[in-house]
Design a binder for this molecule. Structure first.
Ligand SMILES: Nc1ncnc2c1ncn2[C@@H]1O[C@H](COP(=O)(O)OP(=O)(O)OP(=O)(O)O)[C@@H](O)[C@H]1O
Ligand SMILES: [Mg+2]
Length: 347
């Protein structure tokens, strides 16, 4: 009874704690928060305090004075800095609660990367409890992505989802509500940005930061060079390695495609490997239904084409690649109320 009452006044939520972005979904409202997973911390007289979280902190990346650090607490899809990650989760949960009149302890479903260790799972769970959650459930990220993308996961039919995030690319083959095969490679959008920065340093003798590299990727990036768009270009600023002065250069799509060759091939080979490990009956289903891509990295232009060429299977982009995981986690939130849910593990 008390539980039911609490349920009425609390904001049950689903959280996609991503390497690049954190999204929060609230039942009946949809996505209420979508912010970069960045925290800015100041150290004054040996004491640290949080100065900014989310978009505000992301704008500080690479631009902070000595006593402030802008940190991305999650790297490569895992928590690199537990304390800062906890601060971030608490901040976001509080932000949502402050916007409400009534708030009791919420029930929270958080997705964790496939293959997260028991220590990492516990850390995520504890952070949510510290932040005031009444009950915490975890769901594996590729399962959430598949639900969010609308794949028929509970059917006796093989579905494959490839979630390309900032830190990792997770490939999962799902049938009858369970993961039949999954793999995670530590290549995603961040690696693409690094490769672009390295390419520009080597070929143009220009030093650029991660924000500029990401902008190049989003604006003119492509997984392959296409004749019709290879001359698309963008002007960027950086610091010359020759004389240390600021300098402008023009980068073409052709340049970016060349820079991205390694990460793009790692991702497509990863998908091919997964298909090779999948039982033949399920492969037959996948040949019919195709491969679905989710995650922000899936927005890299022409990536579907490359994966399709490497695997020989049709590739589709999920409707809203950046929101799939949190939408799927949100749908799982509703499932927690039903008895015998097969989707969630409670740690
Ligand atoms: N239009 C675009 N083209 C290419 N890449 C993009 C585009 N939009 C976003 N991205 C990239 O998508 C990545 C973020 O995707 P997403 O939010 O799915 O990651 P995440 O869930 O935070 O990471 P992870 O799942 O690895 O923890 C970033 O690397 C970002 O640069
Ligand atoms: Mg993600």
């Amino acid at each position: 009874m008390l539980d039911r009452l609490l349920g009425v006044f609390s904001t049950d939520m689903a959280i996609d704690l991503g390497t690049a972005n954190t999204l929060v979904y609230v039942e009946g409202k949809g996505i209420v928060l979508n912010e970069p997973s960045v925290v800015a911390i100041a150290t004054v007289n040996n004491k640290t305090e949080v100065v900014a979280v989310g978009s505000e902190a992301k704008q500080m990346l690479g631009k902070t004075p000595g006593h402030i650090r802008a940190i991305r607490p999650l790297r490569d899809g895992v928590i690199a800095d537990f304390e800062v990650a906890e601060e971030m989760i608490k901040y976001f949960i509080k932000k949502i609660h402050n916007n409400r009149l009534f708030s009791a302890s919420p029930r929270i479903v958080i997705c964790v990367p496939y293959g997260a260790t028991a220590v990492e799972r516990r850390a995520i769970q504890e952070s949510a409890e510290e932040a005031g959650a009444r009950e915490v459930y975890l769901i594996e990220e590729p399962m959430a992505a598949a639900i969010g993308a609308g794949l028929p996961i509970t059917e006796p039919q093989g579905s494959i989802i490839v979630d390309i995030g900032g830190g990792t690319t997770e490939v999962a083959v799902i049938s009858l509500g369970g993961i039949v095969y999954a793999s995670s490679i530590r290549v995603g959008g961040d690696r693409m940005d690094e490769e672009i920065a390295t390419y520009i340093r080597k070929n143009f003798n220009l030093l650029i930061g991660e924000a500029t590299a990401e902008r190049i990727k989003k604006e003119i990036g492509s997984a392959i060079t296409l004749p019709e768009s290879k001359d698309m270009r963008i002007t960027i600023k950086g610091r010359s390695l020759i004389d240390g002065n600021p300098r402008d250069i023009e980068v073409t799509q052709d340049n970016v495609a060349e820079a991205l060759m390694d990460p793009v091939s790692a991702i497509s080979e990863g998908v091919k490997d997964a298909l090779e490990q999948t039982p033949p009956e399920l492969v037959a289903d996948i040949m019919d239904a195709g491969i679905t891509l989710s995650g922000g990295g899936a927005l890299l232009a022409n990536l579907e084409t490359v994966i399709s060429r490497v695997t020989g299977v049709v590739v589709k982009l999920a409707k809203q690649p950046l929101n799939c995981v949190v939408e799927g986690t949100g749908r799982a939130l509703a499932e927690t109320k039903k008895p015998g849910s097969i989707l969630l593990k409670n740690y």
